[in-house]
Design a protein around this ligand. Sequence first.
Ligand code: HEC
Length: 190
Amino acid sequence: MMRTAIMLSVLVALFCGSASAGQNSAGFSPYVDAKGNISFPTDFRSTWVHLGTWVATSKPQAGMGAEQAAPVPGFHDVYTQTSSLRIYKKSGTWPDGSVIVMEVRALAWDDLATGHVMMEGDPLQWFMMVKDNKGRFPGNPIWGNGWGWAMFKPAAAAPNTVKDFKQDCFGCHEPASNDFIYRQGYPVLN
Ligand code: HEC
């Protein structure tokens, strides 16, 4: 009787364990379905590590983006899974299934005892890259050069807006020489 109860709880734990890891049929990432569609990880802020923050205050004065009509000011807060960071620190490469999320938030201001301070306003959008070391989705235009590429707007269950990563993302990420990541902005990686 006792033994059956233990067996049962082990089975339940195993089942729940795999369900909460969110494995799909490809067993690759909880945020990627079998066709390569990418979904948004809502839990990253409280459970992942913060790699660093960029503060874009105006449009670039020169170089890429300088030709844009409107500047895109905001905080760019970047996160990854704790387990991915641990492996990256040892090997210098992102393990399969690593996710890097960049949350863009409006710049807000206040006058406090510490000064005229800038603080984080509403979320504006999220950029996301999912590491794929196996080239799983050949011919799928949101996958390539070792990553899946996604962008989400703040609406409930908003889909990935990337149609073709080469047009939507890669032009700006090709110059980033550390596996297309702007590593210089993340003190914990350097
Ligand atoms: C106009 C150029 C530009 C475009 C287009 C662009 N990015 Fe970026 N991205 C950057 C720069 C520069 C950074 C780092 C500096 C910053 O965020 O201010 C960055 C940072 C990121 C980061 C944080 C990790 C890193 O590389 O440092 C992610 C994730 C990201 N971008 C994903 C995307 C995705 C997905 C797309 C396509 C939807 C995209 N980006 C389109 C220029 C761009």
